[in-house]
Design a binder for this molecule. Structure first.
Ligand code: AP5
Length: 218
């Protein structure tokens, strides 16, 4: 089963993708995490991507789609994945449909997590991410047991470079202009499930699983 998670920056896609992928036994494939991993390893792709990430702009479609094709070609995602942050433009949505068709697959569900803009800014300003593996916290809404340290691996918690207020505003604008059409793309296909994201993390997870289950049963 291939599930696409959609939503503005800070809507909680990464937080929910980790939980949903665990509950459903599917790999979590995050385009943002893949770019940041390339950046850490200092690859050519990472250096190119970094220029876009630091400005809050989208990495070109051809680069992004090729990276996802490579990731979905790995054995763990042959039968499905929870996709977080991809597709983010209509050409990427078309590319995904094409590459899944090659393995006789398709997007089964697209889940939109809706959160008002003022809450997004608050969430991104307080987000902290662990240095080692990118575990996500929030200083108020999801704090670590020990301030500044990851509960899971004890590594220091850092602020993402693109979570600075000006870059956050740019990312939200880019989302409205370039990713909204993807929401409409999946709505037209009848695959869109809309979830209220402005509630507790556990409740959002339950609502997503409930929505997916309804579709599975329906
Ligand atoms: P990416 O890493 O995908 O960033 P994003 O989409 O902007 O999403 P975020 O990771 O910022 O937020 P999220 O929705 O995952 O929220 P989270 O769960 O962390 O992309 C980064 C960049 O990479 C892009 O700007 C672009 O340059 C490039 N890129 C990536 N994909 C691309 C693509 N397909 N094409 C081209 N370029 C691409 O939660 C946020 C905070 O809120 C956390 O602190 C969390 O603890 C807290 N929180 C979560 N849920 C709740 C809740 N229910 N209540 C209270 N707090 C909550």
């Amino acid at each position: 089963m291939f599930i696409v998670l959609l939503g503005a920056p800070g809507a909680g896609k990464g937080t929910q993708a980790k939980r949903v992928s665990q509950r459903m036994g599917l790999p979590h494939v995050s385009s943002g995490d893949l770019f940041r991993e390339h950046e850490r390893r200092g690859t050519e792709l990472g250096q190119e991507a970094q220029r876009y990430l630091s400005r809050g702009e989208l990495v070109p479609d051809s680069v992004t789609s090729a990276m996802i094709r490579e990731r979905l070609g790995q054995p763990d995602s042959r039968d499905g994945a929870v996709l977080d942050g991809f597709p983010r433009t209509e050409p990427q949505a078309q590319a995904l449909a094409g590459l899944l068709a090659e393995v006789k697959g398709q997007v089964d569900h697209a889940v939109l997590i809706r959160v008002p803009e003022d809450r997004l800014v608050e969430r991104l300003a307080g987000r902290r991410v662990c240095e080692n593996q990118g575990h996500v916290y929030h200083v108020t809404f999801n704090p670590p047991r020990q301030p500044g340290l990851c509960d899971q691996d004890g590594s220091p918690l850092l602020q993402r470079e693109d979570d600075q207020p000006e870059t956050v505003r740019r990312r939200i604008r880019v989302y409205e202009e370039q990713t909204r059409p993807v929401v409409e793309f999946y709505r037209r296909l009848g695959l869109l499930r809309e979830i209220e994201g402005d509630q507790g993390i556990d409740q959002v997870t339950e609502d997503i699983l409930h929505a997916l289950q309804l579709e599975v049963e329906g």
